[in-house]
Design a binder for this molecule. Sequence first.
Ligand code: FE2
Length: 267
Amino acid sequence: MRATAPTASGWPELVDLHSHVLPGVDDGARDLDQALRMLRLAEADGVRTIAATPHASEAAPQQIHAGVAQLNRLAADAGLRLRVVPGSEVRLAADLAERAGAGHLVTLAGTRYLLLELPLWGGWPPFLLDAVYHCQVAGLWPILAHAERYRPVQRDPGLILDLIDRGVLVQLNGDSLFGRNGREARWAAEELLRCHAAHLIASDAHDADARPPRIRAALERAAALAGTDYARWMAHAAAGVLQGQPIQIPKAAVPRRGSRLGWLRWR
Ligand SMILES: [Fe+2]
């Protein structure tokens, strides 16, 4: 993985590989004004590249590419340095490999990396490992989006290890580390970090107020939980993903189990 230049703060230039900054396509930015406010916040946070990853079910590939070009023009006109790259957040389905083969999926910045999401509620999808395998055979490198938000992971973060063993990168939402997505999500995110069983932190920003595109504070929190070297590795790994580089996944420890009632016991 090629290192990006460290900034004065010791962090590399940051990338945010999960955001809903594309206006008017899903439940993210409402309009261009809000999208521009989000881009300003991201740049002020130290982000130099942000992936626009709308829900694939709500945005056609051509719409994503055109929207990204428009946002880049808007950002340049506003004097911003940061760059927007295309992506999408794809719901796990049995036919992912065929859709990828037909060119119907938008990967992160045109790389092999695909941001994959599961249902937030309910059980762990029984065809998950098969779908991941078929994606990989089709040449895609899946990233599990906001791993800490899934109820099965909140009960047993160790579920993630099977995916890691198969080469899947694990992304956390930065705001989960500050309780934005509930205490179970916070506990799961912390436990995954303590065990080095998460690899990427992104904002999953939806607007400029309640869910803004900030990741620096989350990386600093990750440094406190997982160690500074590991948190810096995470920031480099995110940059490597958007450059299409293969990421060497570190060995993870086995996370503890959690539960709604057990959350307080584990503190
Ligand atoms: Fe998202």
